[in-house]
Design a protein. Structure first.
Length: 148
């Protein structure tokens, strides 16, 4: 079992590192300026985990009162397959629990087996689907939820 991962709220000073990590994880990544603009909005937040090399995992979310919607979760390629993603996600769930969040929602591609396995392993369950959600492929989204 992996030790708990230390999770912290990312701020505008972290935008360059956040953009660099996202570029390693997703083909259509945001720039540091796009992250700064998003962080200026009250409902947008990013959490991260670091090791000696810097930022190794992040999650971006919309946070509305007692509910969080995960937008993206990324783990540095070098840290994948080691349980770091699961430990980080569980750390985020604990961080939100401490802040009275009751529910965490997300949409995931049904073809993303690794992500679905990660979410299931952390206690998320399928709650439905959203037809044609992913604009690039027209693929449906699998809706998942985790409640405290």
């Amino acid at each position: 079992m992996m030790p708990p991962v230390s999770v912290r709220l990312l701020g505008s000073a972290d935008c360059a590192a956040l953009a660099a990590l996202e570029a390693q994880c997703f083909p259509d990544s945001w720039s540091p300026e796009q992250f700064r603009a998003a962080m200026a909005r009250k409902s947008f937040a990013a959490l991260g985990a670091e090791d000696d090399s810097g930022l190794v995992a992040y999650v971006t979310v919309y946070h509305i009162v007692d509910e969080v919607e995960i937008l993206n979760l990324g783990v540095a390629p070098a840290a994948r397959g080691t349980g770091n993603g699961r430990a980080f996600l569980l750390g985020c769930l604990g961080w939100w629990r401490e802040r009275d969040v009751d529910r965490v929602l997300l949409e995931v591609r049904p073809s993303n087996v690794a992500a679905i396995r990660l979410y299931h392993g952390c206690g998320f369950r399928k709650t439905g689907s959203r037809p044609g959600y992913f604009q690039d492929t027209g693929e449906d989204a699998l809706l998942m939820e985790w409640g405290f």
